[in-house]
Design a protein around this ligand. Structure first.
Ligand SMILES: Nc1ncnc2c1ncn2[C@@H]1O[C@H](COP(=O)(O)OP(=O)(O)OP(=O)(O)O)[C@@H](O)[C@H]1O
Ligand SMILES: [Mg+2]
Length: 510
């Protein structure tokens, strides 16, 4: 008989997709009251492994045991019945339903045969409170930001009373404050005896939250170590070599201003935003979620309108609210929501990489398909996109590899001003360095880069200058020398003064 504390055991699991061996013999086990981290590069097989437990995929070979008994998991119901709840990397909520409806999807409380809305909403409210998120059970999921979606997913898992909770990169989309909140919830669940499978690319989270780590490389489990293992050793296990320098920023000489944003404002959203980015420069944009960073760059890119101010590229005003005009002026945007805005999921890697260039080329009346294919091949190789071939559907790439394709697409487009919104979210430590090298190449070639990131070490490590936004305004600017974690954070939580605020203060003061 097995260890009574053992919730789950996986032995020699294999899974093949056309052209890809995703899992090639993975062993794993989970005990009551532990957080077991799954660590591995983009495409190593982490998500595929947990999809065997959630019933999304069935293994080609190998065994899954739950509580010492071999089980077959053929769908979400099987998984749920075994007490397994899964929070996927790409969320699984229905956008047009409310929060409460999503939490109780398929098992709404009923009264006289009808859905008991009142009870459902009250129960949802209690769960949301337990997670500590301020969101109405009646809000439509479509209206929620990414951090809140996550919290709704957790509330949903709690509602299932799961003994095994699987979380696929839950912190990739959260701010440090939200991560702390999540950790508090996970620790409480562990205390209650729940076993948690936790996937993350943030190594510092492993020691903070984990108990054990299983490392997966190329579809095989290559080691199991305590979570207290040093980061260098974890990286070595994961990528098979050590990484010398995580932020290899090389600063070329600064050229003329390429992007000038003057007095940009959108009523009720952001105000009086002015800054420049010069050729050769990487300007980081830090701030808390909700500070207005994404809103500003979307306006600069023409994806959203603005009410005041002007955007110039090399001195020329760019037509407002016109993505094509922005692109023609040489602006590119890698959006934070890659699935929604960055990719055509049913198209191939090659097609996605060519999307931007193709548009430019067709406009000029010539489509050089062969040249494009070669360029796509080169950039995919440089970024280390793990795929069966350029013809693979983007939908079937791993999360991190999808992100690489979004970035690659803009790198191919010969952009003068590249805006990156959370560029390395979900990217493994090795691939991050590759992306930073490409940023170096771009700026060395005279491009300007504007980089929003909630990953402070990344902002500090890669920016030549840091803008900090708070409450829709630029709260301050720091040179690379001045930019420390503390300096950025104190600006990020500051209340930028405006005349109105001063009035309010005066009123409150008396
Ligand atoms: N449905 C599918 N069809 C074809 N290939 C697939 C499918 N699902 C996964 N793969 C492939 O299996 C491999 C493992 O992918 P998986 O999503 O498990 O990686 P991961 O470790 O979760 O990576 P990431 O850190 O980027 O999320 C990848 O090469 C991926 O392209
Ligand atoms: Mg994954």
């Amino acid at each position: 008989m097995s260890n009574p504390d053992e919730l789950l055991r996986i032995e020699g699991i294999r899974k093949t997709f056309p052209g890809v061996v995703a899992l090639d013999g993975v062993d794993f086990d989970l005990r009551r009251g532990e957080v077991h981290v799954l660590l591995g590069e983009n495409g190593a097989g982490k998500s595929t492994l947990i999809k065997m437990l959630s019933g999304a995929y069935t293994p080609d070979a190998g065994r899954i045991l739950v509580g010492g008994e071999e089980v077959r998991i053929h769908g979400a119901q099987d998984s749920e019945r075994l007490g397994i709840a899964t929070i996927y990397q790409e969320f699984n909520l229905v956008p047009d339903l409310t929060v409460a409806e999503n939490i109780f999807l398929g098992r709404q409380p009923r009264r006289f045969g009808l859905i008991d809305r009142k009870r459902m909403e009250a129960e949802a409210e209690a769960l949301l409170k337990r997670v500590g998120v301020d969101v109405s059970p009646r809000a439509r999921v479509r209206e929620l930001g990414i951090a809140r979606l996550q919290m709704v997913e957790i509330a949903k898992a709690l509602s299932l009373d799961a003994r095994v909770l699987i979380m696929d990169e839950p912190t990739a989309v959260l701010t440090s404050e939200e991560v702390e909140k999540l950790f508090t919830i996970v620790r409480a669940l562990r205390q209650e005896g729940v076993g948690v499978v936790f996937i993350t690319h943030h190594l510092e989270e492993i020691a903070a939250l984990g108990d054990r780590v299983t490392v997966i490389r190329d579809g095989r489990s290559v080691g199991q170590v305590p979570a207290s293992t040093g980061e260098d050793e974890l990286v070595r296990l994961m990528v098979g070599r050590s990484i010398e320098q995580q932020y290899p920023r090389e600063r070329p000489a600064k050229g003329p201003a390429l992007l000038s944003v003057e007095g940009l404002g959108r009523d009720g959203v952001f105000h009086d935003v002015s800054f420049e980015v010069h050729a050769g420069e990487v300007v980081g944009v830090a701030g808390l979620v909700g500070a207005g960073r994404t809103e500003v760059v979307r306006a600069v890119f023409g994806a959203d309108p603005y009410d005041h101010g002007v955007v110039r590229v090399s001195g020329e005003a760019v037509r407002r609210h016109d993505v094509n005009a922005a692109m023609a002026a040489g602006i590119g945007l890698v959006p934070e929501d890659r699935k929604g805005q960055g990719l055509v999921l049913d198209a191939s890697v090659a097609e996605n990489l060519g999307l931007v260039t193709l548009r430019a080329a067709t406009r000029a009346g010539l489509v050089d398909r062969k040249g494009q294919y070669a360029a796509a091949e080169r950039i995919a190789g440089q970024l280390g996109v793990r795929m069966a071939g350029l013809g693979q559907q983007v939908r079937t790439l791993s999360g991190g590899n999808q992100q690489k394709v979004v970035i690659g697409k803009w790198l191919l487009a010969d952009t003068k001003v590249l805006i990156l919104d959370e560029p390395t979210r979900g990217i493994d430590v090795g691939a991050k360095v590759e992306i930073y090298q490409l940023v170096n190449e771009l700026t060395a070639a005279g491009a300007a880069v504007l980089m929003i990131s909630s990953d402070l070490p990344e902002v500090l490590g890669m920016s030549d200058r840091v803008l900090v936004m708070a409450q829709g305004r630029i709260a301050g600017e720091l040179s690379a020398d001045e930019a420390t974690q503390d300096a950025v954070m104190s600006l990020a939580v500051s209340v930028p003064t405006t005349e109105k605020d001063t009035e309010k203060e005066a009123v409150r003061g008396h």
